[in-house]
Design a protein around this ligand. Sequence first.
Ligand SMILES: Cc1cc2nc3c(=O)[nH]c(=O)nc-3n(C[C@H](O)[C@H](O)[C@H](O)COP(=O)(O)OP(=O)(O)OC[C@H]3O[C@@H](n4cnc5c(N)ncnc54)[C@H](O)[C@@H]3O)c2cc1C
Length: 384
Amino acid sequence: MSEGPAAVIIVGSGPAGVGAAEAFRRHDAETPVRILTADPEPPYARPPLSKEFLRGETEDVGLHPAQWYSEHRIDLVNTHVDSIHPDHRHVSADGRRYPYSALILATGSAPIPPPVPGGERAHLLRSLADARRLRDSSVGSQSAVVIGAGFIGCEAAASLAMRGIPVTLVAPDAVPQEKRLGADAGERLRGLVTSAGARYVGGVAVEAIDDGAVRLDNGVTVHCDLVLAATGVRPQSGLAQDAGLKIDDSRIVVGADMATSASDVYAVGDVAFAYNATAGRHIAVEHWQDAADQGEIAGAAAAGADVGWDGVPGFWTTIGDATVKYHAWGDGYDKARLIEHDDGFTAWYERDGATVGVLTCNADHDYDRGEALINKAQAVCPPG
Ligand SMILES: Cc1cc2nc3c(=O)[nH]c(=O)nc-3n(C[C@H](O)[C@H](O)[C@H](O)COP(=O)(O)OP(=O)(O)OC[C@H]3O[C@@H](n4cnc5c(N)ncnc54)[C@H](O)[C@@H]3O)c2cc1C
C-alpha cells in the first residue's frame, strides 16, 4: 500500500530527525514532512535519562509539546522502516510504501549488550522505555553494578548512588576513559564518580553475569540485584548498508551537507560519518547537539539551501553535581595536559602542535577558548 504523495521522509525521531524536520519546515511550508520512527513515545531528550530522570527528579523529557508537530504539519508515524529503495525513491515500513522527494536517515545507534554469559540479565539504557525499566528496577535495590565507564556509565552510576543505592562501577581502564581522555582526566572523572557515592573498580573485565552477582576476571564476585551495561553503542546503518550506500566503519559516509552517495538521501547524527569543513576530514560524533545541528543542515539542504557542517563538536555531561564540558574532533591526540583549578580542571589535547580537544569542569572560559583554538588549529600557548 502506498502512503500518499511524495514527502520528505525522515527515519528516526531523535534530535537529528526532529532537527531535520524543523529546519526543512522553516525553509518549505508546503511539502509534506513525515517522521517514521520505531519509538512509540513522542520525541524526547535522552541526556536526562541517565541523570535527572533516573534520579526521579523529572518526568518532563519531551522535546516539544504534543501539538507542536501538527502545528508545524509534521506527521509522526510510529512504524519500523524495513528497507529503503533509492532507485525507486520510496521506503518500506510494516508492509506500507512511503514515496519520498528527499530521504533523511537519522537512525542513531543502539546499545551493545555485554558479550558474556548472562549478558541478557543486564539493563541497557538508550530509550525512554529502557530508562523507565531501569528506574523501576532500582526502587528498593540493595546494590547495583554498572559495567562500562564511558559518560553514560559514569552518569548512571553517580545517579544511582545519589539515590542511596550502593553502586560499583567496573571497567577495563584503570581510571574512567583513560584511553580516550588520558590518565589525568580519567583520575578527575573517577573523583567525580566517587564523590557522588559510587565505588570505581578499574582494570577488570566482566566474565559473567549470574543471578544476583557479577563475576570479574580478577576472581572477585560483586553481589548485586541490579546490573546496567553501558558497554558501547553500534550505529544503526543496516538500512543504508542493504541499499548499497557508502559506509565506513559501520557509519554512513556523508559530505558537509549531509548528502549520502545516493541521490536525495541524507544521513545525520550518530549514524553518520560526516565531513567537517573546518577539520578537513570526516568525523564521527555521538553527541546530542551535533546530532541536532547535523539534522538542521540536512533539513535545510533538502530544501535547497547551501549549507555545510563546520562547527567543532562538543557536549556537556553531568556526573553527580559536576558539569563536564568537552569540545574535540575526537579522533586522537599526541599530547594531553591537565591544569588544576580551585574547584575544577581543564584538560588540553594537542596533535602536531594544534589544539584538538578541551575537557573542562568549572572552567567555562577555557571551554570557550578551547573551541576557538580548535577551530583555528592553534596551539594552547603559542611559542613566544
Ligand atoms: C542515557 C543517555 C544519555 C546521554 N547523555 C548525553 C549528554 O549528556 N550529552 C550529549 O551530548 N549526548 C548524550 N547522549 C547521546 C545523545 O543522546 C545521542 O548522541 C543522540 O541521541 C543521537 O541522536 P540521533 O538523532 O542521531 O539518534 P537517536 O537519538 O538514537 O535516535 C534514533 C531514532 O531512530 C529510530 N530508528 C532507528 N532505526 C529505525 C528504523 N529502522 N525504523 C524507524 N525508526 C528507527 C529510533 O527509534 C530513534 O527514534 C546520551 C545518550 C543516552 C542514551
